[in-house]
Write a protein that binds this ligand. Structure first.
Ligand code: ATP
Ligand code: MG
Length: 578
């Protein structure tokens, strides 16, 4: 197996899961075999938390020369849809992983049913007529044992008959369940006669109306793992208490038993990583869909322009821990994205908030086409495997746009951009000096007048005169108008909001749309193209683009807040150590 980067993750420092696999390989527990699975429920789109599980399961298989299956845990017909299955497959592939086998828990329904009958015949399962609410009451609490159901001691024959009639559709939803007969006084509540099957007369996206009883997760999951010969069943910490049941069921049935191991879920600041909450955001219209670039879904991150490689890098950096850790700072993800894009993105120019400059001494009607490198040497040059054009022509004439924010009438001390009487360099073009400004009736500056130095062509002068500021710009007559979408965090708070407060915690500024002026090379609007707009950040050409009307999403700005945080952390760590 390979991943698309062709590289193996760094295994110098092994996490506890890899250490445990090493132990199993050393003892020959699974004959040196490593076979994992990624088991999503197709009830929503995958998010970056799933990416952590994907990178772990597929990563482990890759490193040990093993296999990883993709298994859809589709035992809940009312919440699952084919649309979700397709999106999940696409997302896993996009992340750069290839599954050995594709399976569906629903493919095992007949086999699972057979195992349920086996348990009944062994006297290890019974049909219970208590209502869901009564079952809850009988279950007891952490401090009190549960009570046996009055139906617990039905005969094998009666249980078998009732279970078969459940399957045949003779009873209404919720009237009966099949339960394992374990121990109502177990300190582990999961072991207090857990439900194995329930009646649900619902259409299933794959099995249609063939079934009206559906297995519960705990029953289906361990048996599916067993059928597929999984060696290491890796899941998140909330299943820790379910491990005892996982083992119990496979031991009772006397079938092959994988090893379940739990690891900590990924949590990130400023977002929610729960399909349920993400569905709420989509259904209530707070975002434009599952792939809205503000969403932490894989499809949202992809549309935002986050490269798969950067997401894998992020998951590796976060690592795998046994205990629930702190919430990971979103800026670590942005840091990984910048690191990646910095190496691969061409540099181009666009102005997000244009103000016009008229260069008074530049000949009217003249246009110069500057050849500008996509990968300036000072930024490291072109990436090794790059085969596209190395430069493009950019027009320059008497009227150009610069960023409104790059001009101040009253320039503060450290402001090295344009101001009355100040000279700046226009990237790759000329030095210009501001001579005058034009105002509207309200007194706002609407146009800036400059003069240029013809000797400064290309960005330097024979007298070696230095200017402190270099501005990006776009020629006004050739500018391509573009819609640019600028994003902020979906939630202002670090912590994920509760369901009830989801709406009120939303950041109203999370999407800002501006009309930008772009250099002509950006007109084609080739969907998915990634560029660095000089000084502004990385931008992806969005699906909403059409020729001559491009739409760009800002993936991430150039400002590196993470580097600052990292520095702070380092400083405080040294201070503590010292
Ligand atoms: P959600 O709460 O978002 O619906 P889930 O755990 O119910 O998540 P599944 O489709 O059951 O979603 O998850 C498939 C796999 O991904 C499981 O093994 C699960 O443990 C893992 N997973 C889900 N969320 C995270 C996360 N935040 N961090 C790490 N792994 C996760
Ligand atoms: Mg789940």
């Amino acid at each position: 197996m390979t991943n698309d980067s062709g590289s193996k993750p760094d295994t110098a420092t092994k996490d506890f899961i890899r250490a445990l696999i090493d132990d199993d390989n050393a003892s020959g527990k699974y004959g040196g075999r490593v076979h994992t699975r990624f088991p999503p429920e197709p009830n929503g789109y995958l998010h970056i938390g799933h990416a952590k599980s994907i990178c772990l399961n597929f990563g482990v298989a890759l490193e040990y020369g093993g296999k990883c299956n993709l298994r859809f845990d589709d035992t809940n017909p009312t919440k699952e849809e084919t649309e979700y299955v397709e999106s999940i497959k696409h997302d896993v592939e996009w992340l750069g992983f290839h599954w050995a086998e594709e399976h569906y828990a629903s493919d095992y329904f007949e086999q699972l049913y057979g195992y349920a009958e086996t348990l009944i015949l062994m006297g290890k399962a019974y049909v219970d007529d208590l209502s869901a609410e009564e079952i809850r009451e009988y279950r007891g609490t952490l401090t009190e044992p549960g009570k046996n159901s009055p139906y617990r001691d039905r005969s094998v024959e009666e249980n078998l008959d009732l279970f078969r009639r459940m399957r045949a559709g003779e009873f209404p939803d919720g009237s009966r369940v099949l339960r394992a007969k374990i121990n109502m006084a177990s300190p582990n509540i999961v072991m207090r006669d857990p439900t194995l099957y329930r009646i649900r007369k619902a259409h299933h996206h794959r099995t249609g109306d063939a079934w009206c009883i559906y297995p519960m997760y705990d029953f289906a999951h361990c048996i599916s793992d067993s059928i597929e010969g999984i060696t290491h069943s890796l899941c998140t910490l909330e299943f820790e208490n379910n491990r005892e049941l996982y083992d119990w069921l496979l031991i009772q049935l006397g079938i092959y038993r994988p090893r379940q191991t739990e690891f900590a879920r990924l949590n990130i600041t400023h977002t929610v990583l729960s399909k349920r909450k993400l569905i709420q955001l989509v259904k209530e219209g707070h975002v434009r869909g599952w792939d809205d670039p503000r969403m932490p879904t894989i499809s949202g991150l992809r549309r935002r322009g986050f490269p798969a490689e950067a997401i894998r890098d992020f998951c590796n950096r976060v690592g795998i821990a046994r205990a629930a850790g702190t919430v990971v700072d979103y800026s670590l993800l942005e840091f990984c994205v910048r690191e990646n894009l910095n190496k691969v993105c061409p540099r181009v120019m666009a102005v997000l908030d244009p103000i016009k400059i008229i260069i008074e001494n530049y000949p009217e009607g003249q246009v110069e086409w500057f050849d500008m490198p996509y990968f300036p040497e000072e930024a490291g040059g072109a990436p090794a495997n790059y085969t596209g054009p190395l430069s493009r022509k950019v027009p320059f004439s008497r009227e150009i746009y610069i960023e409104r924010d790059d001009f101040r009438e009253e320039a503060p001390k450290k402001f090295f951009r344009l101001a009355p009487g100040r000279e700046v360099r226009l990237r790759y073009a000329y030095y210009v000096t501001c001579t005058n400004v034009i105002r509207n009736a309200a007194g706002q500056v609407t146009e800036i007048r400059c003069v240029y130095d013809p000797e400064s062509r290309g960005g330097g002068t024979p007298d070696g005169r230095k200017v402190k500021g270099t501005l990006h710009w776009v020629d006004a007559t050739h500018a391509v108008a573009a819609e640019v979408r600028l994003y902020e965090q979906l939630f202002d708070d670090d912590e994920a909001p509760e369901d009830a407060t989801l709406q009120e915690r939303l950041n109203p500024q999370s999407l800002r749309i501006v009309q930008a002026a772009c250099e002509p090379s950006l007109a084609s609007g080739e969907i998915g193209a990634m560029n660095q707009f000089e000084r502004l950040g990385y931008f992806r050409t969005d699906e909403d683009s059409s020729p001559n009307a491009p739409v760009f999403c800002r993936t991430v700005s150039l400002k590196d807040s993470w580097a600052k945080i990292e520095k702070k952390l380092e400083t405080s760590a040294t201070a503590t150590a010292g």
